[in-house]
Every structure is written in structure tokens, then in C-alpha cells.
Design a protein around this ligand. Structure first.
Ligand SMILES: NC(=O)C1=CN([C@@H]2O[C@H](COP(=O)(O)OP(=O)(O)OC[C@H]3O[C@@H](n4cnc5c(N)ncnc54)[C@H](O)[C@@H]3O)[C@@H](O)[C@H]2O)C=CC1
Ligand SMILES: O=C(O)C1=N[C@H](C(=O)O)C[C@H](O)C1
Length: 266
């Protein structure tokens, strides 16, 4: 397999560090640069706690992509930064894998159009964990038979976006097979604002943020005298890495935007 030259944005983050370890142990991956909020001019190996990789750190993705030959940008930053980075990569004709979450439906549509126009492979993966992808697919299957569904997503308390990218993607998949339906009592009202969570086409989404959690989601389906729960738990961030590897390998072969690893997992 040809070597894939990767730049990681967000190398000191919880996901970024794991991604550096993945690159270090994967023979056909090479870290050629990193983009950080600080530490410009240093090497990754200069930073305490990071793998000993001699890749230069940039504070500006534009400069990085002008100076370094990069095959794939792997973005694991924050919602605002990730959205900028994907467009900068497109301008440079560089493929990207975006693990960063927080994209709205409109932003995804705009990005799809931009990636198509540029003809540059781009993967947005709201969740890299294979189990989470299956959980979403199982939920999509179940939604054909159960129209009443609520999502509870649970994450660590440092997460910036709510609902999670996984919950947004799950709703997207369920909506593809389920007609909009108002759930609950027709006259229900919230005595406390937010008590019923967020709502899309009648699907309620509840976001829990607590220290100690990593990434978890339950999709609850209710029917006459029965309930089906589909649940996935990530207990560490290694759980995401096989999906990161698959996305980086696959983005080398696709044109335009792929939104969600369920589109590339057989
Ligand atoms: N797709 C998936 O499977 C997963 C996605 N995520 C998403 O990935 C993103 C990162 O998550 P975590 O690693 O937990 O967050 P984190 O907060 O630990 O890391 C984010 C990193 O981005 C860096 N950063 C901020 N501004 C930057 C800039 N201008 N340039 C370069 N780096 C910058 C921060 O310094 C920080 O090190 C989030 O959006 C999260 O929702 C997280 C886990 C799994
Ligand atoms: O911020 C996180 O941690 C996670 N973010 C992604 C999301 O928003 O769904 C994926 C996973 O749930 C972990």
C-alpha cells in the first residue's frame, strides 16, 4: 500500500493524541505536519506526552498546506475550527477526514456542493466507532417498524456541541425511513423549558453531559406493550481508531463528500 502523508489538526486533543499513536503504529501512514493553536515552529516530538514523531507544527492550516505536501488532513478540533479547515483543505485540493462534529444540515449541504465542485474527496465522520455505526444502522432498521423513538446521547462534560454529531446522524438515518410524526400526547406541554429535549420531525433528543463518561448513545423505540433499546458505548478513544484508519484509506479513493462511515463500511 502507498504511504499516505497525513496532517493532523488538533494533535494535543483527546482524539488528536490517539490519532498520532495510530499513525505511529501504521506502516503506510506518515505524519508530515500538525496544526495546533500554539507551538508553531516546534516538532510533535518536542511536546511532552506526544509520540516521538518529527513532524513540524503549524498554527495556520493555510501556511501548512502551502509548505507541506499533504495527502489527507485529519481534523479533530472544535466545531468552528473544523468548519474553516475543511474549506481551506478544499482550496488547496487536499483531501480531508473530518471527525470534528457540530455541522448543521445547511453547512453539510454547502460543503457537499463545494467538495463536488472541487472534485476533492472529503469524509465527515460523526462517529468512527464501528459499534456506533452498527447502532445507527440498527436504529434505522428498527424505525421502519417503530415510529415512536427518542434518543439519549451521553458524553463527557468537556464536549462543546449538543446534540452530538452521532445523534444528528442517527436522526438523519431514521428520517430516511420514517414519516414525520408528533410523538407523545397531542396536548403535552413543558412545565420546565427543555424537559422534552430537542425535537426533529417529532423525534426527541436528550443530551447528557457528565464527568466520567466518554461517548454513549441509546435509541429507544416504543410500541404496544414493548420497547426496543439500541445502545452503544465507547469506553475509550481507541474505539474510534479503526474507523479513523478506514476513513483515511478510503478518502484517497473517493470524490466529493461522504457523510458518515455507514456509507463505506460493508
Ligand atoms: N468522529 C468521532 O468518532 C469523534 C469525534 N469527536 C469530535 O472530535 C473533536 C475533538 O474532540 P476531542 O479530541 O475530544 O476534543 P479536545 O478538546 O480534546 O481537542 C480539540 C483540540 O483542538 C485544538 N484546537 C483548537 N483550536 C485549534 C486550532 N485553531 N488549530 C488547531 N487545533 C486547535 C485544541 O487545542 C484541542 O487540543 C470534537 O468535535 C468531537 O466532537 C470526538 C470523538 C470521536
Ligand atoms: O465529543 C466526543 O467525545 C464525541 N463526539 C462525536 C459526536 O459528537 O457524536 C462522536 C463520539 O460520540 C464522541
Amino acid at each position: 500500500m502507498n504511504t499516505i502523508r497525513i496532517a493532523v489538526a488538533g494533535p494535543r486533543g483527546r482524539m488528536g493524541v490517539e490519532a498520532l499513536r495510530l499513525i505511529e503504529r501504521t506502516p503506510h501512514f506518515q505524519l508530515v505536519a500538525a496544526v495546533d493553536r500554539t507551538n508553531g515552529g516546534k516538532l510533535i516530538s518536542d511536546i511532552d506526552g506526544l509520540p516521538s514523531l518529527a513532524a513540524p507544527i503549524y498554527e495556520d492550516l493555510n501556511v501548512c498546506l502551502s509548505e507541506v505536501q499533504v495527502d489527507v488532513l485529519l481534523d479533530l478540533t472544535t466545531p468552528e475550527i473544523g468548519k474553516n479547515h475543511v474549506y481551506i483543505a478544499l482550496e488547496h485540493g487536499v483531501r480531508s477526514v473530518i471527525g470534528t462534529t457540530g455541522f448543521t444540515e445547511q453547512e453539510l449541504r454547502d460543503l457537499e456542493a463545494a467538495a463536488k465542485e472541487k472534485g476533492v474527496g472529503t469524509i465527515i465522520a460523526p462517529n468512527f466507532a464501528i459499534g456506533a455505526i452498527l447502532m445507527m444502522k440498527f436504529a434505522q432498521m428498527a424505525a421502519k417498524y417503530f415510529q415512536d423513538v427518542e434518543i439519549i446521547e451521553l458524553h463527557h462534560d468537556q464536549k462543546l456541541d449538543a446534540p452530538s454529531g452521532t445523534a444528528v446522524k442517527t436522526v438523519d438515518l431514521i428520517r430516511s425511513v420514517r414519516e414525520p410524526k408528533k410523538q407523545g400526547h397531542p396536548n403535552e406541554s413543558e412545565q420546565l423549558q427543555g424537559a422534552r429535549g430537542a425535537e426533529v420531525d417529532g423525534i426527541h433528543i436528550h443530551s447528557v453531559r457528565l464527568p466520567g463518561l466518554i461517548a454513549h448513545q441509546e435509541v429507544l423505540f416504543g410500541g404496544d406493550g414493548q420497547m426496543l433499546t439500541v445502545r452503544h458505548d465507547s469506553f475509550n478513544r481507541v474505539s474510534f481508531m479503526s474507523g479513523v484508519q478506514l476513513a483515511v484509506e478510503t478518502v484517497m479513493k473517493v470524490d466529493g463528500l461522504v457523510y458518515g462511515l455507514e456509507n463505506i463500511v460493508d
